[in-house]
Design a protein around this ligand. Structure first.
Ligand code: NAI
Ligand code: MG
Length: 513
């Protein structure tokens, strides 16, 4: 079905419901393809009120500062390929300045504040995020390509919720660790990815600050804008200078932060390859480390599952945020007896997904974050085809400019295929079958990852049994991709270690004596 593309298209009139097979088709008209009847008129979110400065500097010691090297790089809108702004390219010298500022703040004003006072800052930040939610959501969508309905309804409320939740902990840390005395670690270096730019910043900053640490944060190079807007919010909230510093730049900037001897802890979310390199770089240094890496989650659907609900969960699990989700349900394990029904329902539902302008409020699937990511998706799908899988794709037209990949799934996938083992990080589902619950568990666990999984069944006892057998940090039952700041998130095996959220997440930012 036609997508609402970023370019201004004439409004297509809504067609009458003549998709039912038994309806006669009058002469001269054609029968609508499945999904065509649900076409909506374009409903783009206005963004002309949003002023994006042509250049963005680093944020060090509470101030905007130019990069020592004088270099900048472009940040584009992946849905249009338009340049949005220039971002400072921070290097090792800038990282050093930021770490020094963070150290001074830690040893100065921030380090002396009571938990109660720290909490007040966090509450203030949470409230300002709520006030500026619309602006932040639009910026997130323009910079990263995700649909506005996701930035608006998922990223923003959760980002505020993380600050609120951790604000509540700031003066109650002794209750989180009964009988122990929690002390902050010092300066935390945090490196975040591009799939949930503001939310990942909130996940990392809120617990670090609640526990009394100071921070140097490096956003991902394709999506630095909302983190930089957050810096303005910190200024507005009166956060003392140096408590949070932002150094923008590519992977080298992150590597300089990892190597810096003045950092007490590194928290990283991103690819498994980079995560492994960071673990090697930190070995023997005494620096604390938490890693949240890739995933290859299995959504397991049993014959007794509520099927229509399960289809919605599968769709949300893989096509949410274009599959740019580390816990995406990128493998579907279907019980053999319901395979053909599930496949038919999935194929039909695929056609009803709206792909196109991420700023359109009706868009379900937005733009792929960058060209390299699009190339990676294409390459992995090709490997699946080469290895004998079959591709089913939505027939939706894609906008001419920008980076797009249609919602897709692969059938005939076997456990050894690359598409069953490697993270695709795109809107592509690999479908496989199983016969018994034991086989489902064995298949689900058969990857190097262990971040998340989903179980769909009418029988509670079956879910509970499976949950204990699945080697995954999060298991959802009869739902998918649900988050709460009070619920710890993190992986097993190559998906990393350490937890974010909940009491377990606080533990990553304190030393217990
Ligand atoms: P990446 O791991 O290179 O990037 C994540 C962050 O790490 C970015 O801020 C980046 O600048 C930084 N970084 C890169 N190299 C670094 C280094 N040597 N030292 C310190 N920091 C470094 O991920 P990339 O290249 O953007 O995506 C590649 C693949 O990684 C994706 O296709 C996906 O499979 C996976 N990925 C997983 C994520 C997750 O949430 N688990 C998030 C992003 C990517
Ligand atoms: Mg961008």
């Amino acid at each position: 079905m036609p997508a609402s593309s970023p370019s201004k298209k004439p409004v297509t009139p809504r067609r009458s419901l003549r998709a039912v097979k038994s309806d006669p088709v009058p002469p001269g008209e054609r029968r609508l393809r499945f999904g065509e009847q649900w076409q909506y008129a374009p409903a783009p979110e206005a963004h002309d009120h949003l002023v994006i400065a042509p250049r963005h500097e680093l944020f060090i010691n509470g101030r905007s500062v130019p990069p020592t090297s004088g270099r900048y790089f472009a940040s584009i809108n992946p849905a249009t390929e338009e340049k949005l702004t220039e971002i400072a390219h921070g290097d090792a010298t800038d990282v050093d300045l930021a770490v020094q500022a963070a150290r001074r703040a830690y040893e100065g004003e921030w380090g002396r504040l009571s938990g109660r006072e720290r909490g007040k800052y966090l509450y203030r930040i949470a409230r300002i995020i709520q006030e500026k939610a619309r602006e932040l959501a639009i910026l997130e969508t323009m910079d990263g390509g995700k649909p506005i309905k996701e930035s608006r309804d998922v990223d923003l409320p959760l980002a505020a919720a993380h600050f609120f939740y951790h604000a509540g902990w700031a003066d109650k840390l002794q209750y989180a660790f009964p009988g122990r005395t929690p002390q902050p670690l010092g300066v935390a270096g945090q490196i975040i990815p591009w799939n949930f730019p503001l939310l990942m910043a909130a996940w990392k900053l809120a617990p670090a600050l609640a526990c009394g640490n100071t921070v140097v944060l490096k956003p991902a190079e394709t999506t630095s804008l909302t983190a930089l807007r957050l810096a303005q919010i910190f200024q507005e909230a009166g956060l003392p200078p140096g408590v949070v510093n932002l150094v923008t730049g590519p992977g080298d900037t992150g590597a300089a932060l990892v190597r810096h001897p003045g950092v007490d802890k590194i928290a990283f979310t991103g690819s498994t390859a980079v995560g492994k390199g960071i673990a090697r770089a930190l070995a023997g240094t005494g620096k604390r480390l938490t890693l949240e890496l890739g995933g290859k989650a299995a959504n397991i659907i049993f014959e007794d599952a509520p099927l229509d609900q399960a289809i919605e969960g599968i769709i949300a699990g893989i096509y949410f945020n274009q599959g740019h989700v580390c816990c995406a349900g990128s493998r579907l394990l279907v019980q053999e007896s319901i395979y053909s029904t599930v496949l038919r329902k999935l194929r039909d539902r695929l056609q009803t997904l709206r792909v196109g302008n991420p700023l359109d409020k009706n868009t379900d699937v937005g733009a792929i974050n960058s060209r390299p990511q699009l190339d990676k998706i294409r390459g992995l799908v090709q490997s699946g085809l080469d290895e004998g899988a079959e591709l089913v794709q939505s027939s939706c037209p894609l906008p001419a400019k920008g980076f797009w990949y249609p919602p897709s799934f692969l059938t005939g996938v076997t456990a050894s295929h690359r598409v069953a083992q490697e993270e695709i990080f795109g809107p592509v589902l690999s479908v496989m079958t199983f016969r018994t619950p034991e086989e489902a568990v064995e298949r689900a666990n058969n990857t190097p990852f262990g971040l998340s999984a989903g179980v769909w069944t009418d029988k509670g006892s079956k879910s509970f049994k499976l949950v204990n057998q699945l080697r995954a940090g999060v298991v959802w039952a009869n739902t998918y991709n649900k988050f709460d700041p009070a619920s710890p998130f993190g992986g097993y095996k190559e998906s990393g270690f350490g937890r974010e959220g909940g009491i377990q997440g606080l533990a990553a930012y304190v030393r217990l004596t």
